[in-house]
Each structure stands twice: as structure tokens, then as C-alpha cells.
Design a protein. Structure first.
Length: 180
């Protein structure tokens, strides 16, 4: 049925196809995604082995409970998977003065507009005493040029960094950071 050269070609092609499939979504997002700007919050970065990078936290990671749909709250109250898994949510964004802010958290994928896909950890009280939904996105680290980490760290601890990302169908890729 198959001879050795065809099997060898097939064996070599499978890993290449898997690697290409892994690159498809990020490349599509970078090439045709919509650019958004997110406000960051203070955090302390550094890593001796990986070089200079900035760990980013976003305003959009702590969303006031008033912006969370009742369906999401009901799902959390039912004990979503007993804490074993985060709840997948969509965070609808609205641009105000050049920065994209969350305006709604829902379980249903929005039909239009810009949104991020995230994982809701829990709803609780933040450092300022407000009730918020804590949501994770995969936009937490950004590697910077060597010997500039201290400058970025100082700006990060003051919350003076804006993060640029490309978003397509809720999937986001961090593309750049800038100081306010």
C-alpha cells in the first residue's frame, strides 16, 4: 500500500503541518486584527534569566460587578466547575479618548464590535474595596530592549504604560507598549 519513501515524506510532513497550524491564529490576528489600547495597572517586573521584560496588569482585568451580565453571575453562583476551571467570558470594549475600556462581560460571543476573550477567575473585592470580576487574558509579559527594564519598571509601578494589542474574534496579541 505505502512504500518507504512515501511513509518518510508523510512522517516529515505531519510535524510541519502541526507547526503551521499553531501559527495560523496568531498570524491571522496580527495581519487582520483590530488594534486596541489598554490602560495598565502598577506591578513589579524582573527576571535574571529571561532578560528585561515588563509584567503587565490591566484595568480590564478588574471589571466592576455592575458591568457583568446576570448570566455570568448566576453561573459563578452555581459553583462553576467547583473552582477547578475558570469560566470563559467575553469582555466587550469601547474606545474612549484613545483607550479601550470594558463595558460589558458576557457568556455570549458578541456579533460585532471589539471584544476580548478571557477567563473569569472569581468575583470579589479589589484593593479599593469595590466588587469586581477578576478576569485573565494571555497578555501579561512584554520583553523590552536590554538595559531598559528599570525605566519600564518605574513607569509600570506608576501605572503609566499603555499596551497596544491586535484583536480578532476575541483572541489578542500584545504588539507594543508605550509610556503615557
Amino acid at each position: 500500500m505505502f512504500n518507504r519513501p512515501k511513509l518518510l515524506l508523510l512522517a516529515c510532513a505531519v510535524p510541519v503541518l502541526i507547526l503551521l497550524a499553531m501559527c495560523y491564529k496568531p498570524l491571522l490576528t496580527l495581519s487582520s486584527g483590530q488594534e486596541i489600547t489598554l490602560q495598565t495597572k502598577p506591578v513589579d517586573p524582573s527576571d535574571l534569566f529571561r532578560g528585561d521584560y515588563v509584567i503587565l496588569r490591566y484595568e480590564a482585568e478588574e471589571i466592576p460587578k455592575e458591568l457583568v451580565d446576570q448570566d455570568v453571575i448566576k453561573q459563578m453562583d452555581r459553583g462553576w466547575n467547583w473552582g477547578l476551571e475558570e469560566l470563559g467570558v467575553y469582555v466587550v470594549l469601547e474606545n474612549k479618548d484613545g483607550i479601550d475600556h470594558p463595558v460589558k462581560v458576557t457568556l455570549q460571543k458578541p456579533k460585532n464590535g471589539v471584544y476580548l476573550k478571557g477567563k473569569l477567575d472569581y468575583i470579589g473585592t479589589n484593593g479599593e474595596g469595590g466588587e469586581v470580576a477578576f478576569i485573565q487574558y494571555s497578555l501579561d509579559k512584554y520583553y523590552v530592549e536590554d538595559n531598559t527594564g528599570t525605566k519600564w519598571e518605574e513607569a509600570s509601578t506608576k501605572g503609566q504604560i499603555l499596551a497596544k494589542a491586535k484583536v480578532k474574534n476575541g483572541y489578542a496579541i500584545l504588539t507594543d507598549i508605550e509610556m503615557e
